[in-house]
Design a protein around this ligand. Structure first.
Ligand SMILES: Cc1ncc(COP(=O)(O)O)c(C=O)c1O
Length: 422
């Protein structure tokens, strides 16, 4: 098995990404995804197991290889293939109807995609097509994907190496109304924010922030797009994260967890009146694989599960349990651990400084936990356990996190000396 693993790493280095292999070698993280089940993933040689407390930003909200979803996919495969985007489709129609039922007000129409970036591009295209304007405002340090318009709306560190900055895209401070008021004007087509900006380290906006944002958008004839690729689907203890802020956007974008972790699918949900831009030419926007039929069947079941009241209640109970354990952990390590940003099971651990997030990520890996620091605020480690995580697994998480913190302090010190990160 050792040579198989070595071979795979070598092939990855030669044919997928030499940079990634170099990075993981540097940090002593030789891991190739092998067996996976529920809250855990194992190295391909079976020698290391990681408790997944990141879930790839929510892809694995319902755990790895969720058995019910696999059965649903297997059954769907007996009937369906990708489908044909030129034709009318039963699974797409039924999924879109269900999304409309779960969304508030007249968020009635869904355009399906394959990736989150594609779904964000679609949202921005629709906003521009509908308003006839070009300007897009987003958050500094935000992240919406690596495709064209999504990239332009994200933080400059992702855009600049690819010459993708555009004077039509402006950035403002998140959760700062004055900053938005300074930049928005009648030329603005849309304001796009992640409801909880994950890559920025899960800052939680003031209660009335989004309401004010919506009002300012309306005053300027701009649409409000909320990116719920990570924060939607029950992650925050409510089905949609925007429900915490008493606001209804004009466009909502869903991704990651909608796939059930087994079949890629994303969705851009728009208010009924926005659909008129497709009336003249309904084929003006297409996605060959968007809303592929087996994926649509899986996504519908995902939505049934995460919208169930008792499921959402369990997310909130688990969130309280995380908070209780966290307080104990913090008591022991006041200097290194500063606090917990928490809304349901969308959490970010605030650490000492910008060296601490990378140090904690590496230390957690060594101790058997998969965590990822927030790339646009490296003092934060993102904490996104599966929504299906069990109580015993939560207890285990904190046993491992306590060990990780001890190790992280040493790694932080080393990183500081060699200037390894940040
Ligand atoms: C908030 C948010 N929006 C959009 C995206 C882009 O999704 P994808 O990687 O599927 O293109 C991501 C991916 O991490 C994300 O976290």
């Amino acid at each position: 098995m050792r040579t198989i693993k070595k071979d795979i790493i070598n092939k990855f280095k030669l044919y997928v990404s030499s940079g990634k292999v170099k990075f993981y070698k540097r940090y002593g993280m030789r891991f190739v995804m092998g067996k996976r089940e529920g809250s855990f993933i194992s190295d391909i040689d079976g020698k290391k197991q990681l408790l997944n407390l990141h879930c790839n930003g929510g892809v694995f909200n319902l755990g790895h290889r969720n058995r019910e979803l696999i059965e649903i996919l297997n059954n769907a495969m007996k009937m369906y293939d990708i489908g044909n985007h030129h034709l009318i489709s039963k699974p797409r129609a039924e999924l879109a109807e269900y999304i409309s039922y779960l969304m508030p007000e007249d968020l009635n129409y869904t355009i399906f995609g394959v990736s989150g970036g594609e779904a964000i591009d679609t949202a921005i295209k629709i906003a521009r097509g509908y308003t006839g304007k070009r300007k897009i405002i987003s958050a500094k340090g935000g992240y919406h994907g690596h495709t064209g318009l999504a990239l332009a709306a994200g933080d400059k560190k992702y855009r600049e190496p690819f010459n993708s900055s555009s004077s039509d895209f402006l950035q403002v401070e998140f959760n700062n109304i004055n900053s938005l008021e300074e930049k928005i004007d009648r030329e603005t087509a849309a304001v796009i924010f992640e409801t909880i900006p994950a890559t920025l380290g899960m800052p939680i906006a003031d209660n009335d922030y989004f309401k004010k944002v919506k009002r300012i958008c309306e005053k300027n004839g701009a649409l409000l797009i909320l990116d719920e690729v990570q924060s939607g689907l029950g992650r925050t203890g409510k089905l949609w994260a925007f429900e915490h802020f008493d606001v209804v956007p004009d466009i909502v974008v869903l991704g990651k967890g909608l796939s059930g972790g087994i079949y890629p699918i994303t969705a851009t949900i728009i208010r009924k009146n926005l659909e008129k831009i497709f009336k003249k030419d309904p084929f003006i926007h297409i996605s060959t694989f968007g809303g592929a039929e087996p994926g649509a069947v899986v996504a519908k079941r995902v939505l049934e599960i995460v919208s169930n009241e008792s499921f959402l209640k369990s997310v909130n109970l688990k969130s309280e349990l995380f908070s209780l354990y966290f307080d104990k952990l913090k008591e022991k390590d006041q200097g290194f651990i500063k606090g917990l940003r928490r809304i349901g099971l969308m959490m970010g651990i605030e650490l000492k400084d910008d060296f601490s997030g990378p140090a904690m990520t590496k230390a957690a890996f060594d101790k058997g936990v998969l965590l990822v620091y927030a790339n646009n605020d490296k003092s934060i480690v993102q904490l996104l356990p599966p929504l299906t995580i069990g109580e015993e697994e939560i207890e285990l998480s904190f046993e491992l996190l306590e060990k990780s913190v001890k190790r992280a302090k040493i790694i932080r010190y080393l990183l500081k000396i060699i200037g390894g990160s940040s």
